[in-house]
Design a protein around this ligand. Structure first.
Ligand SMILES: [Zn+2]
Length: 281
């Protein structure tokens, strides 16, 4: 069976790692978590249930939206108490934050939370150990791409590979993010800014190469990328970062719809990560 997972990292525009080192003022009119509704609408159009890795502070904006989504069968998972990378705090702090964020999401959204994705994919073995102690049953942060700022990786040697991108260690699962061969390296093609900024013809080629040779595909999006809404002025940002944030946001949904249709036409079944685990207990 071929399986696709449509996920979103529900966070504010101001959580983007490349913004946090600049002195950009938070303006809640532009935090953009609300754009998650466009993603939910698209998934609902195809009767697909998605997995929403949520930063607990974003509930200030999208609590009602996500509560309704959870009631309709979408999955809520954890993306941190805030968007600080696990690399930037102590392990004790990380543990305290994770336990508290899981509780906040579960209480406010009235749902069980069993999954985790680290901000900036900052995963390590210690992080995995702590999230397991906090009661989480899976992680989806393994990107293993050194050019991604603050990202990490874990050794998967203790895990058994149960599909082309899903690994299992006893009752704990890892859903790895996809990368495709390009010249002498591998580049991420799981969504995010890669689907938005890469030449569309090239993206489609790398995506097809991947899904035609793998039985699992994990897609992820951010609310700020799925937008017809205006960006804040982002004064003080270098021009290349202004370009990074603004390019091709209007075509994102169209590209995403192409991805969904391609996966459907090639016999991928869409599941939430929790559904997959329940099926494979
Ligand atoms: Zn994030």
């Amino acid at each position: 069976m071929k399986t696709a997972f449509m996920t979103m990292d529900v966070e504010s525009l101001y959580d983007a790692q490349c913004l946090t080192s600049f002195d950009i003022k938070y303006d809640k009119r532009f935090s953009m978590e609300n754009n998650a509704s466009l993603y939910i609408d698209l998934l609902d159009k195809y009767n697909i249930k998605g997995t929403f890795f949520t930063v607990s502070t974003s509930l200030n904006v999208v609590e009602d939206l996500l509560k309704k989504a959870a009631k309709n069968g979408h999955e809520i998972a954890l993306h941190g108490l805030n968007h600080t990378s696990p690399f930037d705090i102590t392990l004790e702090e990380f543990k305290k934050n994770t336990i508290s964020a899981k509780k906040i999401l579960e209480e406010k959204l009235e749902t069980k939370v069993i999954g985790y994705r680290a901000p900036c994919f900052g995963i390590t073995e210690e992080v995995v150990k702590i999230i397991q102690e906090a009661g989480l049953k899976y992680d989806s942060s393994h990107l293993n791409y050194s050019r991604q700022m603050k990202s990490g990786k874990i050794s998967l040697t203790c895990f058994k590979r149960i599909s082309s991108a899903i690994y299992r260690n006893k009752d704990f699962f890892e859903f790895a993010l996809p990368k495709s061969h390009l010249l002498f390296s591998k580049v991420p093609i799981g969504g995010g800014s890669y689907i938005r900024l890469m030449d569309w013809g090239l993206y489609k080629k790398l995506f097809k190469n991947y899904v035609n040779t793998h039985d699992t595909f994990v897609f992820y999006a951010h609310p700020f990328e799925i937008a017809a809404t205006k960006l804040p002025s982002l004064k003080g940002l270098p021009i290349y970062l202004k370009m990074y944030f603004s390019f091709f946001r209007r075509s994102y949904l169209k590209r995403l719809e192409w991805v969904i249709n391609y996966l459907k036409d090639h016999d991928f079944e869409f599941l939430t990560m929790r559904e997959y685990i329940e099926k494979n207990k």
